[in-house]
Design a protein around this ligand. Structure first.
Ligand SMILES: Cc1cc2nc3c(=O)[nH]c(=O)nc-3n(C[C@H](O)[C@H](O)[C@H](O)COP(=O)(O)OP(=O)(O)OC[C@H]3O[C@@H](n4cnc5c(N)ncnc54)[C@H](O)[C@@H]3O)c2cc1C
Length: 398
């Protein structure tokens, strides 16, 4: 039966829970707001399936992609609503057009982030855009398995650890499955997000029940200068106009500052076991940061995706969507240069432990502000670490 010695060795993918034939594993939230499996040994039949599917115990090899592209969706509206170049939408629409089902992360009615699926184009909208919170994966691997068994094409999207879990859960084969993961900086605590949102609404006297949209990366001010936006209705009626209640630059938003300052990521994110394309996905999507230096004519406010293709299925679907995109072939060095998250885990800041030891007794928003203030010494160390990372990644792939 699966046992945990250290929290950083559990990515929270829920694969063990979904695979257990006796239902003797359940998830329990810890004091940081992350879910971990808890086992009931009285029901265990020692089949060891929970261990056999664990993506941390059974890690895949590092890979280098077959092809790499800079891509952007020609539909400006979809690109605007997506975090990067809007490529996820095109892949998903191609699978839906074949009678398929698409799994991804969306907000639920309480503005928590969950994994869910859709069978329609309209149903894709909630999946668009990055939600910088670890999603609750629930039973989605089981649901995907049922669709695959029924012969339906399935696109499953998620963070690399979620895709690694799914691939271990399903095992080999699955000709109808297409998996899409993301370059991942790390996944913030769902409970920190809940508390942040609750405190923000209270502080601004905003009615949570009337929120209509939350965007971590609204592109009104541009792709790089994105805003954190919460929009809602003034009146109680369904038809009342949706207005932006909060719109602030991502660089000034406390939740985003804490996320990008690595303050409340899942412990496993600081030692991510699936970096360097170990998830086994068919495709990986990310932001093509630095595109303006390589292709200045592509610099615009709506964003470009970096698309990594790892399999024949990936090659085939990219070919299918190519006429709906602008695209250019690229190389690994060009992307990793500005996106070290592809291969290196972030480092936990020294005050992460202090933050989680005291966050419940403090007012969260000022506490995040206090924690992310760079100490002069820490700022220098961070810069030096960044410089070394850039040097290392440049040397390997130039
Ligand atoms: C936690 C997180 C960290 C990221 N870190 C980086 C990074 O360091 N560098 C980088 O280049 N890109 C990163 N990305 C990916 C990037 O933000 C875009 O999501 C990606 O480039 C796809 O963009 P798109 O325009 O094609 O589609 P979009 O419409 O922007 O993306 C939608 C896709 O993202 C998935 N998704 C959204 N939120 C979550 C979530 N919480 N958990 C799992 N899946 C989710 C949806 O299921 C869907 O597949 C990160 C994304 C997330 C969620």
């Amino acid at each position: 039966m699966i046992q945990f010695v250290e929290k950083k060795k559990c990515v929270g993918c829920n694969t063990c829970v979904q695979r257990c034939p006796k239902g003797c594993i359940r998830l329990e939230e810890d004091e940081e707001g992350f879910l971990y499996p808890k086992t009931d040994s009285s029901l265990c039949v020692d089949c060891h399936l929970c261990e056999k599917v664990c993506p941390v115990i059974f890690r895949k090899e590092k890979r280098l992609p077959l092809k790499i592209y800079a891509m952007r969706n020609r539909d400006e509206n979809i690109r605007f609503r997506s975090s990067s170049g809007g490529i996820f939408y095109l892949l998903a629409a191609a699978v839906l057009a074949r009678g398929g089902v698409v799994f991804g992360a969306r907000f639920n009615e309480r503005w928590e982030v969950i994994h869910d699926y859709t069978e329609t184009l309209e149903g894709l909208t909630p999946f668009l855009g990055s939600k910088y919170v670890q999603s609750r994966i629930g039973n989605s691997y089981r649901q995907a398995e049922l669709y695959l068994k029924a012969g339906r094409p399935v696109l499953f999207s998620g963070t690399p650890c979620q895709i690694a879990g799914l691939r271990n859960y399903l095992g080999k084969g699955n000709e109808y499955l297409l998996t899409v993961d993301l370059i991942c900086h790390g996944a913030p605590s769902p409970r920190v997000w809940d508390n942040y949102l609750g405190e923000l609404l209270e502080k601004k006297s905003l009615p949570g029940g009337r929120i209509k949209e939350i965007s971590f990366r609204n592109k009104k001010q541009g792709w790089k200068n994105y805003n954190f936006v919460i929009a809602g209705t003034e009146g109680k009626e369904q038809q009342s106009e949706i207005k932006e209640w909060i719109s602030e630059p991502g660089s000034e938003n406390r939740f985003m500052q804490g996320f990008l300052g690595d303050l409340y990521l899942r412990p496993s994110c600081y030692a991510c076991p699936v970096k360097s394309f170990r998830s086994g996905s068919d495709l990986t999507l990310g932001d093509f940061w630095g595109i303006e230096e390589i292709m200045p004519e592509w610099e615009d406010k709506r964003g470009t995706s970096a698309v990594f293709v790892h399999s024949e299925k990936g090659v085939e679907i990219v070919r299918k969507i190519a006429d709906k995109c602008d695209w250019r072939q690229s190389d690994y060095g060009q992307v990793v240069r500005k996106n070290p998250s592809l291969e290196v885990s972030v480092t936990a800041p020294r005050n992460r432990q202090y933050f989680f030891a005291h966050w419940k007794e403090k007012s969260l928003i000022p506490f995040i502000e206090e924690m992310i203030k760079p100490l002069p010494q820490r700022k220098w160390k961070k810069l030096i670490r960044k410089f070394i990372r850039i040097l290392k990644s440049g040397r390997k792939y130039e």
